[in-house]
Design a protein around this ligand. Structure first.
Ligand code: TYD
Length: 203
C-alpha cells in the first residue's frame, strides 16, 4: 500500500538527508503547503534507545536492533501525531529515513530475511529521494562533525551503499516513485532538484 503525499529521504550516513529534510520542508512551506517533517530514529522513547545503541553507549544484538527500528517506525507511522494522522489532516509528510534504511543497514550483520519480514506490513511512500554519494566523500563530512557512530566506518558504508542499490531496484515496481539525486551538489541545488520532482506529485 502506498500513501499519497508521504515522501522519504534516504541515503548512506553523511549523504545529507537531515539537511534536506529541513531545506525541502521550508521550501514546501514557502510554496504554501502544510508539511510535517520527521525522522527515524524518531525523537520518541524507542528512538532514544536506538540512539544509545548507535553511539555505542548501549549494546544490543543486530536482530534486536532491527526490531527496535521497526517498533520505532510503528509509532512513527501509526502513533499519535504520526504520519497517518498528519496525512489525514491533509498535510504532506516528509521523513528523514524510513524502512529502506532498515533494509539496507540491518540486512548486513544478521539474518537478512528478518528486516524484510518485519517491515513488510508498513505502507510505502509516494516517492523516495535517494541522496547518492560516494562513501569516501560522506565519511569525510561525518569526520568533520566529531564522534563517529557504530555504523560510520568505510567497509560498512560501502556495503550499505551497495545494498541500497539492490533495495531501490526491488522497490522499482511497487508504485513508489524512486529518484536518485546527486548528493555531491550544494545543499540548495539538491533541495531545488527535489522540489522540482515533488511539485508535479502534489497536484
Ligand atoms: P541518522 O539519520 O544518520 O541520524 P543522526 O545523523 O541524527 O545520527 O540515522 C542514524 C543511523 O541509523 C544511521 O546510521 C542509519 C541508521 N538506521 C538504521 O540502521 N536502520 C534504520 O531503519 C534507520 C531508520 C536508521
Amino acid at each position: 500500500m502506498t500513501l499519497r503525499r508521504f515522501f522519504v529521504l534516504e541515503g548512506i550516513d553523511g549523504s545529507g538527508t537531515t539537511t534536506q529534510l529541513s531545506l525541502v520542508g521550508k521550501k514546501l512551506i514557502q510554496l504554501g503547503h502544510s508539511v510535517q517533517t520527521s525522522c527515524e530514529p524518531t525523537q520518541g522513547p524507542v528512538g532514544a534507545l536506538i540512539r544509545q545503541v548507535l553511539s555505542g553507549k548501549a549494546r544490543l544484538g543486530q536482530n534486536a536492533l532491527a526490531h527496535l527500528f521497526a517498533a520505532d517506525r510503528e509509532e512513527h507511522v501509526n502513533g499519535s501525531g504520526g504520519i497517518r494522522e498528519c496525512l489525514a489532516k491533509g498535510m504532506i509528510a516528509l521523513s528523514d529515513r524510513y524502512l529502506f534504511s532498515s533494509l539496507a543497514y540491518q540486512t548486513i550483520s544478521e539474518d537478512p530475511a528478518l528486516p524484510f519480514s518485519i517491515n513488510a506490513p508498513f505502507p510505502l511512500p509516494e516517492a523516495l529521494f535517494f541522496l547518492d554519494i560516494d562513501p569516501d566523500i560522506s565519511l569525510d563530512r561525518i569526520r568533520g562533525r566529531g564522534e563517529l557512530e557504530v555504523f560510520e566506518n568505510r567497509p560498512f558504508q560501502m556495503e550499505v551503499a551497495r545494498r541500497y542499490r539492490c533495495v531501490l531496484g526491488l522497490f522499482g515496481e511497487t508504485g513508489t516513485k524512486i529518484y536518485s539525486i546527486d548528493a555531491r551538489m550544494e545543499p540548495e541545488a539538491i533541495a531545488n532538484e527535489i522540489i522540482d520532482k515533488l511539485i508535479p506529485l502534489l497536484g
